[in-house]
Write a protein that binds this ligand. Structure first.
Ligand code: CTP
Ligand code: MG
Length: 594
């Protein structure tokens, strides 16, 4: 009887049924705690893999890869074969990846072995530099010195070496050139996405950076886990993006009532926040004094979310390390899920972000302008309700309704991060909208050109705009903490710029008739120049990082360097007026031609 029922089910219903059966089996596991469970612990439990990899699978595999890898500085790319021969003599090498950093390049190789134990084996046969002037730290970061005696060993062929891409970032001219050659705007968007998205080696490197911190702390905290999150893992990262990390000292640590031997530990006497700040201070010192490659360590401990910024120069990555809650990781899971739902999501987000950077709406420094993260949420919200067409993406509320017990996550702070994690279970939903990428891009700009920002908030939970709960110029409901506005930082002036540029973009895309030199998305990126306007004055907008965070003591926002910002605003206003005039004139001319 039950087999008969299964055969009559659609794919998504079948998946759901399997999940229900799995959940029944797992009921015992969840009986103890339906609230916060550590992510890694749950990764091990959820093993019913479906067709496309879930965020959990991706992270788990990347973490394992990092555990099996070391990073070795070599003299040049030619040293690869020698290194391969040397390592292979200790333990079999699985794969090697070459990359270089800097203008006068320093060369590095990621060596991946088959097992984590192989790394310990190789490290046990490594040594320290002969100088006495070093801190004798053992880490995954090594260098390959010249042989003392002439090496008689036969140099093996390093067949498994991936050398083409490295971490090389395509230069702007090459990207533009390839876009010019494309046949359609949709193809341009795909090509842009493929040329600037984070590649495999850069992703591996980011997990190795996280692993370096884990291994450094693991003596004191055997259950330490460092999770990369944000654009490095959510599928929306571009080459060269920063690395967001969250450090958890006691992940997976279980307390057993049966054990009679209990670890002696120091009591925490100060408040949770000041204890955490103090811990971060020490971790900052550890990175600065002991960990190879970690440099430019800056501690921003008074911010609402205290962070340590540092540059990992051997991996050439800017990092932000926090120790706060896991909601950022779950948010990355949500974004990853949205990207997996439909193959148009990522190219659309990349195009919109590139456009925003080109017209000066975003900036790599924090400030009163929209961030890439907020912009991404705006695109996702649009895809949940693209005009009259069926939605491309489901609202978060639907994902919450469809969640099974295995999707239940509540952070230690009580933030409910429960939502369906497996896009395969909503296959039916995914086939309804068939618009081209070009059409979605055009609709995106029209959607937000007509959006009532004064009354409405962008909301991914409902899948449609909701009434704004306060007077922030731009309100984007934080999908996981609905009481918070993700874009609280955005000023009225920056919102005006955003609206103006959206209208500009709508008009530019509408008025494309023939392919010229800079056609399609290229004309979008060059919009300001096309109208005879100067490129956006980015430098004038820079602010000190420390002035951008809320102070904990009084909860007030620190005043920005107002003179600088006012000058910027008046510049934008005069440009905006000029811009409106030009659009109106051109629009009139087009109408009269018709
Ligand atoms: N985040 C969040 N809530 C916010 C801001 C950020 O949950 N209000 C989380 C998101 O998961 C986000 C991550 O923190 O992806 C990192 O933030 P940020 O570095 O600003 O954005 P990225 O997505 O990493 O994009 P970028 O490439 O610009 O760094
Ligand atoms: Mg980031």
């Amino acid at each position: 009887m039950s087999i008969f029922c299964i055969l009559n089910l659609k794919n998504s219903q079948f998946c759901k049924l399997i999940d229900v059966l799995k959940c029944l089996k797992q009921r015992q596991i969840y009986a103890n705690s339906t609230s916060y469970r550590s992510l890694s612990q749950r990764l091990g439990e959820i093993n019913g893999k479906q067709n496309s990899a879930t965020f959990h699978d991706v992270i788990a595999n990347r973490k394992l890869e990092a555990k099996r890898s070391i990073l070795v500085q070599v003299q040049s790319a030619q040293s690869c074969k020698e290194l391969y021969t040397y390592c292979n003599a200790i333990t079999p090498v699985k794969q090697m990846f070459h990359y270089s950093t800097g203008v006068e390049p320093l060369h590095f190789i990621i060596v991946e072995f088959s097992k984590e134990a192989d790394v310990s084996n190789v490290l046990s046969q490594s040594t320290y530099a002969e100088s006495l002037q070093i801190v004798p730290v053992q880490s995954l970061f090594l260098w390959f010195k010249a042989p003392v005696k002439k090496n008689k060993q036969k140099v093996l062929k390093a067949a498994k070496l991936q050398i083409e891409n490295g971490t090389f970032i395509l230069n702007e001219d090459d990207v533009r050139h390839s876009l010019k050659e494309e046949k359609s705007v949709s193809n341009q968007m795909l090509s842009l996405y493929n040329s600037i998205k984070l590649n495999d080696i850069s992703t591996r490197l980011r997990f190795i950076v996280a692993r370096q911190i884990e291994t450094a702390l693991s003596g004191l905290f055997p259950h330490v886990v460092v999770y990369p999150f944000g654009s490095s893992v959510n599928g929306f990262g571009r080459m060269g993006c920063d690395l967001d990390l969250v450090l958890r000292l006691n992940e997976n640590q279980s307390t057993s009532a049966d054990s009679r031997l209990v670890f002696h530990s120091k009591a925490i006497t100060a408040s949770e926040r000041s204890t955490s700040q103090r811990h971060m201070e020490v971790i900052g010192d550890l990175l600065q004094l002991f960990l190879p490659g970690c440099s430019h360590v800056r501690r921003i401990l008074q911010a609402r979310v205290p962070i340590i910024k540092f540059y990992q120069q051997l991996a050439d990555v800017e990092c932000d390390l926090s120790m706060s809650n896991m909601s950022g990781v779950h948010m990355s899971n949500l974004l990853h899920l949205m990207g997996e739902f439909d193959s148009r999501v990522r190219p659309l987000v990349f195009t919109v972000r590139k456009w925003a950077a080109e017209v000066g709406l975003t900036n790599s420094h924090p400030g009163r302008w929209i961030t890439n993260f907020s912009l991404g949420l705006m695109v996702l919200a649009f895809l949940q309700k693209p005009g009259y067409a069926p939605p491309v993406l489901p609202g978060l509320n639907l994902l919450i309704k469809s969640a099974g017990p295995e999707d239940t996550f509540i952070t230690e702070e009580g933030i409910n991060c429960t939502f369906l994690r497996n896009p395969e279970r909503m296959l039916d939903f995914r086939r309804l909208n068939t618009d081209s990428l070009q059409s979605l891009l055009e609709q995106f700009f029209v959607h937000y050109s007509n959006f009532d920002f004064s009354m409405k908030a962008v909301c991914l939970n409902e899948g449609s705009p909701v009434t704004k709960p306060d007077h922030s110029p731009l309100y984007i409901v934080n999908p996981l903490e609905q009481g918070l506005n993700v874009s609280k930082n955005v000023s009225m002036e920056e919102l005006e710029r955003l609206k103006m540029e959206m209208r500009n973009a709508t008009w530019i895309l509408e008025s494309q008739e023939v392919k010229g030199m800079n056609w399609g998305v290229l004309s979008l990126f060059d919009g300001r120049r096309k109208f005879g306007m100067s490129p956006a004055p980015r430098q004038a907008k820079l602010l000190e990082v420390s002035t951008l965070f809320e102070t904990e003591s009084d909860g007030e926002r620190i005043e920005f360097k107002s003179g600088q910002v006012e000058r910027e605003i008046s510049h934008v206003k005069s440009e905006t007026k000029e811009n409106i005039k030009q659009i109106e004139m051109k629009s009139r001319r087009r109408k009269s031609r018709r």
